[in-house]
Design a binder for this molecule. Structure first.
Ligand code: FAD
Length: 420
């Protein structure tokens, strides 16, 4: 993709991917104008603290900004905030904004992220109107939810994925009575092994959280509240009923693909991109939660929902726009903070045939390695940042390892690396 400085380069979305793209473009030599358009009223901010430090009020909101206002000025990035891009015309190379403006572009980067998966049907719509019902994606959601984190109050969380469990930990640390309902037979079922799920579940139970797995939400009970109604209880398919003062639903993410889809770009569980973050339109790249990209590690396309992926893909997309193509080959990784647990995962926890434990789970400091044959394909680490770094390298190097050595704390993991 050759650089075209005569036309503006426009970034749609103002999240992790967009912030990195905007500044990375300048670092990689883009000379033309750059415009960043986001529908939230803020400069790009970090989302991970929304379920952690920002939710319990220990982190100042100003500290959420990914880059300072000055860095956009320095990089000569024009920002248009609080305005949505409502349509994309690839043939005319033109965007239409929610305020009625039309903007031409030369090159386009889509970093539109995703939105929470919502409860279906009329029951879902009715619940979403209740003042004590929340999804959690934006700072605005976190601000409104924070006001309900009252010690002694009862919070019911639907969905035991990372966001649900982080909210559970934060609420419990705030002295709330916490119930987590999960339809699958275990927590974190979509993302990790039964071994880590059992450990995390046990930590929450010990902290006083009531966790009900294999429990499907059926309906809510309501009581009048001003001109509307508030939720007072959750009814499950097995007949159990949980009273609640506040409800949070964290049941996954839907990628924001509609703009790309109606413009005719190739879509398949996200905006399909190649290893250089190029979409099916030669003038459009995409990065972050909204993309479905080829994973060298897995040998298939994958859509990831993580900050490291958004940032690395943004760098790849910026390089591509600057005509310096370099393929995206990063090992996927993710982190989560719950209580004193710093969880860090590398690789994708699937298609493994063996699990090796390094350390003692009871010490709350250990690593789980997932092996296919004698190769490490993924790892979960708990309070072991060093092991995490080395696990990432073991996965990237895809080399044979001895399981007994992985398990042996006396053998430094670095000794197992080819490049040691
Ligand atoms: P986003 O950050 O979603 O940004 C996309 C932006 O584009 C949004 O502001 C959206 O409103 C805007 N947009 C969309 N469409 C349009 C349009 N048509 N016009 C204008 N603007 C538009 N990841 C981790 O790695 N570790 C964590 O611990 C972690 N914790 C998380 C906790 C919470 C509560 C949440 C919500 C997410 C967490 N994540 C975590 C996930 C991480 O935040 C996302 O993977 C990351 O934000 C993805 O960045 P992105 O740029 O792809 O999308």
């Amino acid at each position: 993709m050759a650089q075209d400085s005569a036309h503006p380069l426009t970034i749609v979305g103002a999240g992790h991917g967009a912030a990195e793209l905007a500044t990375s473009l300048r670092e990689q030599g883009w000379q033309g104008s750059i415009t960043l358009i986001g529908d939230e009223p803020l400069l790009p901010y970090q989302r991970p603290p929304l379920s952690k430090a920002c939710l319990n009020g220990s982190m100042e909101e100003a500290a959420l900004l990914i880059k300072s206002p000055a860095s956009y000025l320095r990089s000569r990035v024009e920002t248009i905030l609080g305005v949505r891009v409502v349509s994309l015309n690839c043939a005319a190379k033109q965007l239409t904004l929610s305020d009625g403006r039309t903007l031409p572009y030369g090159k386009l980067a889509l970093a539109t992220g995703g939105r929470p998966r919502t409860l279906p049907g009329e029951e879902g719509s009715r619940a979403a109107r209740a003042p004590n019902f929340f999804y959690l994606r934006s700072l605005d959601d976190a601000r409104r939810l924070r006001a309900h984190l009252v010690p002694g109050a009862r919070i019911a969380i639907v969905g035991a994925g990372y966001i649900g469990l982080e909210v559970a930990a934060t609420a419990r640390e705030n002295g709330m009575h916490v119930t987590v309902l999960e339809a699958m037979p275990r927590v974190l079922a979509r993302v990790t092994s039964p071994e880590l799920s059992a450990f995390v579940e046990d930590c929450h139970r010990k902290a006083g959280v009531e966790i009900r797995t294999g429990t499907k939400l059926q309906a809510f009970d309501y009581a009048p509240d001003g001109n509307g109604e508030r939720i007072v209880a959750l009814r499950c398919e097995d007949g159990s009923v949980f009273a609640a003062d506040v409800v949070v639903v964290g049941i996954g993410l839907v990628p924001n693909i509609e703009l790309a889809q109606t413009a005719g770009l190739k879509i398949d569980n996200g905006i399909v991109v190649d290893e250089f973050c190029r979409t099916s339109d030669p003038d459009i790249v995409a990065a972050g939660d909204c993309t479905n990209h080829p994973s060298a590690l897995l040998g298939r396309h994958i859509r990831l929902e993580s900050v490291p992926n958004a940032v690395e893909q943004a760098r790849t997309a910026a390089a591509t726009l600057c005509g310096k193509e370099r393929p995206y080959r990063a090992v996927p990784w993710f982190w989560s903070d719950q209580y004193d647990l710093k969880l860090k995962s590398a690789g994708v926890c699937e298609a493994y045939d063996r699990v090796v434990l390094r350390g003692e789970m009871s010490s709350r400091s250990f690593a789980l390695f997932y092996l296919r044959g004698s190769r490490v394909v993924a790892a979960d680490t708990v309070n072991r940042p060093q092991d995490f770094m080395l696990a990432k390298r073991l996965i990237a190097e895809s080399q044979d390892v001895e399981a007994s050595q992985l398990a042996d704390l006396a053998v430094p993991l670095a000794n197992l690396l080819k490049s040691h």
